[in-house]
Design a protein around this ligand. Structure first.
Ligand code: UT7
Length: 332
């Protein structure tokens, strides 16, 4: 057994106050509450106010996680922010957050893996902790996708929401923490979910703005097909690395994309719905923030017991996917 493993010492989350319901959306695009609930399970989502950006939500989630872990910002060695909606192209949101927190000794970088971002970032953090290079790492998933949504496109605007989730990682007894993870990518599917303009391939211009190319585009059916397939496959790989089986999962914490994806994926793993953390009805799909918000909200509601086996899974743009198995180490 490993001497030190990376485990979660504290969690936090933040959601903006403003709610956008399906009934509000009925007034904006040709859709209905019935269609959205039946096809996605989402009832409402949160939208960041005009003056709030990704770093602000990340900051609120981070403060809660640091307090929960009982550590101060100057104890942090590294900050990783998983996001696809950073405040600016440069500097990174992680650097902004480092400054906002006053985490003077922390290195900081952003990680782009869309809805898989928090699990990707957690597995990076685990390498630094297990090697002994760093002791305390703040991992955040934070998104203000409302700024990248075309509010006239019913294919996307009914799905996404804003928010942030955070976890502080540190060394825990070798029996606990991250026992196994699986990361993957299929860049050939990159066009299924993208923001075409604003980068070096298609720089911002009057034409790109007029053609709405700075907004998120999605081929929902293709992403759906990919998601239901990869959900179980990646968790099975993580379970194998952790030397565990499907029946050992106490809690499934999935990316909150669509209740139909979660139900199909969970059925293949034979995990009953009462063992699955679901909050997409309230918050929609918050991309990189979705897994850490679900994790932190459940942790603060004292859902997990010490020794519980958690399976986390994310999938999305890239295409990317990621899962990890962790044994909950916190006494509640
Ligand atoms: O976070 C990253 C990962 N993202 C995901 O996992 C998203 C994966 N995809 C999905 O969740 C689903 O594909 C959606 C919820 C986006 C769409 O559901 P769907 O059951 O795949 O619908 P569809 O795209 O096959 O469209 C079915 C019909 C179409 O009409 P026709 O062509 O059959 O006449 C759409 O135009 O539903 C129509 N439609 C809508 N109708 C009312 C699409 N969006 C809406 C809408 N309201 N908002």
């Amino acid at each position: 057994m490993k001497k030190n493993r990376a485990g979660i010492l504290g969690t936090g989350f933040y959601l903006p106050d403003e709610k956008l319901t399906n009934f509000d959306l009925e007034k904006m695009v040709d859709t209905s509450d019935e269609w959205i609930v039946e096809r996605t399970g989402i009832h409402e989502r949160r939208i960041a106010g005009k003056t709030m950006a990704t770093s602000d939500m990340a900051f609120n989630a981070a403060k809660m996680a640091l307090e929960d872990a009982g550590i101060t910002p100057d104890e942090l060695d590294l900050i990783i922010v998983a996001t696809i909606s950073s405040d600016r192209i440069i500097p990174s949101t992680a650097c902004m957050l480092q400054n906002m927190l006053g985490a003077a000794h922390a290195a900081a970088f952003d990680l782009t893996a869309a809805c898989s971002g928090f699990i990707y970032a957690s597995s990076v953090a685990a390498q630094f902790i297990e090697s002994g290079v760093y002791k305390k790492i703040l991992v955040i998933g934070a998104e203000t996708l409302s700024r990248f949504i075309n509010w006239q496109d019913r294919n996307t605007c009914v799905i996404f929401g804003d928010g942030a989730g955070a976890a502080v990682y540190g060394a825990v007894d070798g029996e606990y923490g991250i026992l196994g993870f699986d990361l993957g990518a299929d860049g050939a599917g990159g066009d299924y979910l993208d923001i075409p303009a604003g980068g070096s391939r298609c720089p911002a211009s009057i034409e790109t703005v007029e053609n709405k190319l700075h907004y998120l585009r999605m081929n929902g059916r293709e992403v759906f097909r990919f998601s239901v397939k990869i959900f179980g496959e990646t968790i099975l790989k993580s379970l194998e690395k952790a030397d565990l089986q499907k029946k050992d999962i106490d809690w499934l914490v999935p990316h909150q994309a669509n209740i139909r994806i979660i139900k199909t994926g969970a059925k293949r793993l034979a995990v009953p719905m009462e063992k699955i953390i679901v909050n997409l009805d309230k918050y929609g799909n918050t991309s990189a923030a979705s897994v850490p918000i679900a994790l932190a909200e459940a942790a603060h509601n004292k859902v997990f017991k010490k020794g519980d086996i958690l399976a986390l899974v994310g999938f999305g743009a890239g295409l990317t996917w990621a899962s990890c198995i962790m044994k909950w180490s916190r006494e509640e």
